[in-house]
Design a binder for this molecule. Structure first.
Ligand code: ADP
Length: 661
């Protein structure tokens, strides 16, 4: 087809670009996603950190309030019991009240200036310091400081035997500006955390009380694991190097976030994959396009080099395609023919009706399978014979979309065939003349007989008339015989005339019996001369469609060949037999001789023109016979005559169809 694929010089570069685009897209997408995630993560971490700090500050403040409150109450108690007359009662009431309000206080002790215990609440706690209560370095220093400075003081943390860590609050009691004792409140650090750190805090954080050396004194958490998200602030009060370390864990929301991240990555992978697929598809498409282009180029080259005209029409007969050969053949350009509806400009006007009828036949799908011949007209008005083969045009989906015709310009072939036919005819005619020439002396002799008879009858009649005695009755028989002999001579002349007459070959119902008899009339004299007996076996025969003259020529050739082949046969055996049988839809004619037979080595050459073994032979007889028989759609061949008494001989057989085909 005369379409052009969308191929531009830069198209492959563009395609490379297009193929690279998905890669860029993927890289950009991934980079954007990663930076987004990184930003989110950073924001989130910052937020978490700020929330953590806020919470830690809140916790620290909460603990400070609590401890400050307790301190105040202890100081108040220290003041009250310093010089109150019922100080022990007050101590008990207030201490009980304090213990109730602050369950994180394990014990409240009242000791005098000599470190002797005055009161303790609860009285014998399991966690009370054993032995001299404040001799341990961790507590004695605080005791001393508190007593000396007159200010409350927290001890360093210390462990008791149950491995629990404590801090002690020393509140000095002064009476008339003199140190009069000490109130000591012991705080188990774990209980402090247990009571003062709310549950929601431990759901999010792990709270630890540690010191500079990372020794853990107490901890409270509901969660496990490790995290870098931590904040440490001094735990003051009680101070003494204690630190509050709060470690934050990701909330369960983090799982959701992680899921989101995974989903994003999965989606990105999906996008990546689909882009990859697209890239693959594009690659495949480009390969397919290249293959198509190559195929197209190949087809175009093939189309251009085709010498057979191709024409495609759609189902309504509109021309949809013509190839260059068809354009050359008709002289019309493709643009003048494509999209045209009948009548086509190359239809010969004088055959418009037949051509249109053929066109309709083709569209009805009834075009002859072996093709058909039609006369077309070139643009310059010249007519040409076209041989057309029509076939269905099936598209890629298997649908019948029209008709494809291959068109051959057979004008030259026809001309050559016609020339060959004329030459063949001429040859046949010449051959007949040659045959006649060869038979001329025999025919002259044949003609001489009636003429001599006429002359002698005529002389006899004249003599009778001269004698004056002849009556008409006497003359009548002689004159009758003269007439008969004249007829005989006339017949011979007519036969010769018929045989050498030049005529167009035509097949018409023909009585083979008469043909055989005519031939015998020709060869009788010759057979007599050669001492040959001719046997003829002719059953009643139906007429066959044949050219009488041609058949006569064949038979005459075969009979004369047979007679010539028997030149060396002993005289009694010189018999030529002509037989005609009716076979299966055909007549079978045979001419058998008992002559020399045909040597194996020349058997294949018999029917080749100008092959002869005779010194004066022309060698065209059998070749003409075969083409005549084939013209009649029959066959001619030679066989050995196996029944010949001489042991040699040939049978030439040919067939003639009973019906014209
Ligand atoms: P021509 O008779 O002029 O030679 P033909 O074509 O009739 O040409 O025959 C070709 C050759 O075939 C003959 O020369 C002869 O050798 C051989 N031939 C033909 N008919 C016979 C026959 N009946 N018996 C033997 N040979 C034959």
């Amino acid at each position: 087809m005369n379409y052009v694929l969308p191929v531009s010089p830069g198209s492959s570069r563009r395609l490379r670009w297009l193929l690279a685009l998905p890669k860029f897209g993927i890289i950009l997408l991934l980079a954007a996603l990663l930076s987004l995630l990184w930003l989110l993560h950073r924001n989130e971490a910052e937020e978490e950190r700020s929330v953590l700090i806020k919470d830690v500050l809140w916790l620290e403040q909460n603990l400070r309030f609590h401890l400050d409150g307790n301190e105040e109450q202890f100081q108040q108690l220290a003041l009250e019991i310093a010089d109150h007359p019922e100080r022990q009662k007050i101590f008990r009431v207030r201490a009980e009240h304090l213990l109730k309000n602050s369950p994180d206080i394990a014990q409240i002790l009242w000791i005098d200036a000599g470190q002797q215990l005055i009161e303790a609440l609860p009285t014998a706690p399991a966690s009370a310091p054993q032995g001299p209560p404040f001799s341990a370095p961790s507590t004695s220093k605080a005791f001393e400081l508190a007593s000396r400075l007159g200010k409350l003081q927290y001890s360093e943390p210390f462990f008791l035997e149950d491995h629990r860590a404590f801090v002690a609050l020393f509140v000095p009691i002064y009476r008339e500006r003199k140190f009069a004792g000490m109130l000591v409140a012991t705080y188990p650090l774990d209980t402090l955390l247990a009571n003062q750190v709310p549950w929601w805090f431990t759901e999010k954080y792990k709270v630890e009380i540690i010191d500079d050396n990372d020794i853990q004194y107490a901890t409270k958490t509901n969660i496990e694991g490790n995290s870098n998200l931590r904040h440490i602030i001094p735990f003051d009060p009680p101070g003494g190097g204690l630190l509050l370390r709060v470690t934050g864990y990701r909330s369960p929301d983090n799982t959701l976030q992680r899921l989101l991240v995974v989903a994003i990555f999965l989606l990105a992978a999906g996008v990546f994959w689909s882009l990859w697929l697209v890239r693959d598809l594009m690659k495949k498409r480009s390969h397919a396009e290249e293959a198509l282009r190559a195929e197209h180029a190949f087809r175009a080259a093939m189309e251009d080099s085709l010498t057979v005209g191709m024409r495609a029409r759609d189902l309504v007969g509109r021309v949809i395609y013509v190839n260059p050969a068809f354009c050359r053949m008709t002289g019309f350009a493709a643009e003048e023919l494509v999209d045209r509806n009948p009548p086509m400009p190359y239809w010969a006007p004088e055959q418009l009706e037949e051509t249109y009828a053929m066109h309709q036949t083709v569209l009805a799908g009834e075009a002859p399978k072996d093709g058909f011949e039609i006369t077309f007209m070139r643009k310059n008005g010249e007519r040409f014979q076209a041989l057309i083969y029509e076939a269905k045009l099936i598209d890629g989906n298997g649908n019948h979309t029209g008709w494809m015709a291959s068109v051959l310009d057979i004008t030259e072939r026809k001309r050559a065939e016609e020339l060959a036919r004329q030459q063949q005819e001429q040859l046949q005619f010449t051959s007949r003349l040659v045959t006649m020439g060869e038979m001329a002396s025999t025919l002259a002799h044949e003609l001489n007989q009636p003429l001599a008879a006429i002359a002698s009858y005529n002389t006899g009649c004249l003599n009778m008339l001269d004698s004056g005695q002849a009556t008409p009755q006497d003359l009548h028989p002689a004159l009758e015989k003269i007439g008969l002999q004249a007829q005989r001579a006339g017949k011979i002349i007519r036969r010769v005339h018929d045989f050498v007459r030049k005529s167009e070959p035509k097949r018409a119902p023909c009585a083979v019996g008469e043909v055989v008899e005519d031939c015998l009339g020709f060869v009788e004299a010759e057979a007599r001369k050669r001492h040959i007996r001719i046997d003829c076996d002719l059953p009643p025969l139906p007429p066959v469609p044949a050219d009488r003259l041609m058949l006569e020529q064949v038979l005459l050739n075969l009979i004369r060949n047979g007679m010539e082949a028997m030149a060396a046969t002993p005289e009694p055996e010189r018999t030529l037999r002509i037989a005609v049988e009716i076979g299966d839809g055909e007549l079978l004619v045979s001419v058998s001789d008992q002559g020399s037979g045909i040597a194996q080595e020349i058997r294949d050459k018999l029917f080749i023109a100008f092959f002869t073994t005779k010194p004066e032979g022309m060698g065209i007889g059998l070749s003409i016979c075969r083409s005549i028989i084939e013209f009649h759609r029959g066959r001619l061949w030679a066989e050995d005559n196996l029944n010949s008494p001489t042991g040699s001989g040939t049978i030439f057989r040919f067939t003639l169809p009973l019906e014209a085909t």
